[in-house]
Design a protein around this ligand. Structure first.
Ligand code: ATP
Length: 295
């Protein structure tokens, strides 16, 4: 059952095979204890330092999903996320951008190479600590069937209403939330149905900085938003008052304009094609609004 401990997802087939294997010499109680321990999360470490810079290094990371051993996704990727700087990660669909995020969140372990946080292996930190330090905003945010207020404050319920309003205001979400039938108490979840897709995105954006993460990941957050909304989202998340390390995953050239560094993911490593495209843009190359990088 080694793969159960080191991989992020467990298919029901894996689980059945594992249980059948374990049944040979374990009691049912032991098996359920094992399952209860969430075997899909790699073993955690003990580090939980009071102060974290948020300096991330991927060093020659090689990663293959266990269900697709014939297709390695990352083949020696190196990249850095520096405090106060924005690193854009671009690349064609399926290049492995979201996989990098999963590795950073430690849902999977690389087979080779290492991921360091402030110089220490990611594995040496406590899970809860890591998840408090890393804030990921994805393209399809998960909101709870709770009020906008609870959704923005999650997971920093001790944030004051004032802090919440500030976060919402920055993101320009304050006005539309105030206009909802019950304002901040309106149900923002699926069942509520009173909040549009774009508005959900804004709520998810407003909640990202509220717990002051050291590492902020924007996974294709603005690809479905218009230019004006994208500008607001960037203003809310990429301002100097929150000098964390930012990983910005994007398709559009206009999205990576704010980045300090651009890493192009190609063939599972740092590549060059899109970097050339971006360089051309920086040296006066004229692009059309919303031009896709992976065309
Ligand atoms: P996109 O821009 O379309 O979101 P991406 O660059 O984020 O793509 P990933 O989602 O990281 O790419 O996927 C990289 C490769 O890994 C793809 O071939 C994908 O099919 C595969 N993959 C992603 N998740 C899994 C998984 N859980 N199990 C097996 N293969 C996966």
């Amino acid at each position: 059952g080694g793969s159960l401990v080191t991989e992020g997802t467990v298919s029901s087939g894996d689980l059945v095979a594992f249980v059948l294997y374990e049944l040979q010499f374990s009691s049912a109680v032991e098996i359920f204890e094992y399952v209860d321990r969430q075997p899909h999360v790699p073993p955690e470490g003990t580090l939980a330092p009071q102060k974290l810079e948020g300096y991330v290094q991927f060093k020659n990371v090689i990663f293959t999903y266990s269900t697709r051993e014939d297709t390695p996704v990352l083949k020696g990727l190196s990249l850095e996320l520096r405090p106060g700087q924005i690193t854009a990660l671009v690349g064609a669909s399926g290049a492995g951008k979201s996989t990098c995020v999963s590795l950073l969140e430690r849902f999977y372990l690389p087979q080779e190479g290492e991921i360091l946080l402030d110089g220490q292996p990611l594995n040496s930190y406590k899970n809860q600590y890591l998840h408090d330090q890393i804030s990921v905003v994805s393209q399809e945010p998960v909101l709870f069937a709770r009020s906008g207020k609870e959704n923005i404050k999650y997971p920093a319920y001790d944030a004051t209403d004032e802090e919440m309003y500030q976060a919402a205001e920055l993101d320009n979400a304050h006005k539309f939330i105030s206009d909802l039938p019950n304002g901040y108490d309106t149900d923002a979840g699926e069942k509520g149905g009173q909040v549009s897709g774009g508005q959900k995105q804004h709520i998810a954006v407003a909640r990202a900085p509220i717990r002051q993460p050291r590492i902020l990941v924007l996974d294709d957050v603005t690809s479905n938003l218009d230019t004006e909304s994208e500008h607001l989202v960037h203003q809310a998340l990429l301002n100097d008052s929150n000098p964390c390390s930012v990983l910005l995953i994007a398709h559009k050239l206009s999205t990576v304009e704010k980045a300090n560094h651009i890493v192009v993911l190609e063939e599972g490593k740092k590549g060059g094609t899109y970097a050339d495209l971006v360089n051309r843009q920086n040296t006066g190359f004229q692009r059309k609004e919303g031009e896709e990088l992976n065309n």
